[in-house]
Write a protein that binds this ligand. Structure first.
Ligand code: ATP
Length: 274
């Protein structure tokens, strides 16, 4: 199996407004299997556009103006993402990649128990599963994300924000994707809950072997949880290196500025065991 999971080459996105916004400019990067890649940079630098763009999730006025994206599937097959038709793309998004959005926990249906909502993922995407199998899979998922199987009948409003976000992570894990893109997934949560969830994601990716792209402007957080960090500025990746080297020996002036803008709260990295 190849070490690389996703190869992005010369990828550019422009928002075709007046004047046009070149949101992502000639980005080339390779995601490695099993890593947590942090994507950092100020608001508006293009993080979300890049992450959505490589999955072809952008709508007009966004236009992909250059580049290619190849997904190196665990089966050994190379999937050229830009060549997939609509139906292949839909399946690709669910089976290979999953997303956890900012405030995702508010996307749960308020009038349906969380177990039923998780089950729906299997109803739609694994129609061959029996009801009993689905129920068991849901119970397992709720255990994995430490919500507990006994909560399957709970409604979203009966759960805390942290619990609801765990349910969303369970949903993202349901089909065992190879890549999980998390866009500010825990910013709405208090710091302790956030750390706890991140610790768990880090453990889960070892267990399940998925890759994580974690997007945030919270660089100290990324330093704790990421294997590598890409620093984005004005649509470009100005530096990409291990979290260790970004922390101890940043090369780019902008990275240095970003680092110096955060107070050293603990003086040390590694609150999250990687
Ligand atoms: N629909 C749109 N139309 C026009 N410009 C857009 C649109 N969406 C984003 N942009 C612009 O593209 C640039 C990149 O935005 P993007 O949301 O990708 O940045 P970001 O780094 O993810 O920011 P944030 O951290 O605030 O989410 C910004 O200048 C933004 O104003």
């Amino acid at each position: 199996m190849r070490d690389a999971l996703l190869s992005v080459h010369d990828f550019s996105v422009t928002y075709d407004v007046d004047p046009p916004v070149e949101a992502v400019k000639h980005v080339t990067l390779e995601l490695r299997r099993g890593e947590i890649l942090g994507l950092a940079g100020e608001s508006g630098c293009g993080k979300t556009t890049l992450a959505y763009g490589v999955q072809r999730l952008l709508k007009a006025p966004a236009v992909i103006t250059s580049g290619s994206v190849v997904f190196h599937d665990a089966s050994g097959e190379d999937v050229e993402v830009d060549r997939l038709d609509a139906e292949q793309m839909r399946r690709f998004r669910w089976d290979k990649v999953s997303m956890v959005f900012q405030g995702a926990m508010n996307a749960l249906n308020p009038v349906a128990p969380i177990g039923a909502q998780l089950e729906d993922v299997f109803v739609v995407h694994r129609p061959q599963m029996s009801r009993a199998e689905r129920r068991e899979a849901v119970a397992e998922l709720l255990e994995i994300v430490k919500v507990g199987r006994q909560r399957a009948r709970s409604f979203p409003h009966e759960l805390s924000g942290g619990m609801r976000q765990r349910v969303m992570i369970a949903m993202a894990l349901a089909l065992r994707p190879q890549l999980m893109v998390m866009d500010e997934p825990t910013t709405a949560l208090d710091v302790l809950v956030q750390r706890e969830i991140l610790r768990q994601i880090s453990q889960l990716r070892h267990e399940f072997g998925f890759t994580v792209v974690f997007i945030t402007h919270d660089l100290p957080l990324l330093l704790e949880i990421s294997d590598r960090i890409a620093i984005m500025r004005e649509g470009e990746i100005v530096e990409l290196d291990t979290a260790e080297r970004i922390w101890t020996n940043p090369q780019d002036d902008y990275t240095k500025t970003l680092l110096s803008s955060f107070p050293r709260l603990t003086g040390e990295r590694g609150v999250v065991v990687r």
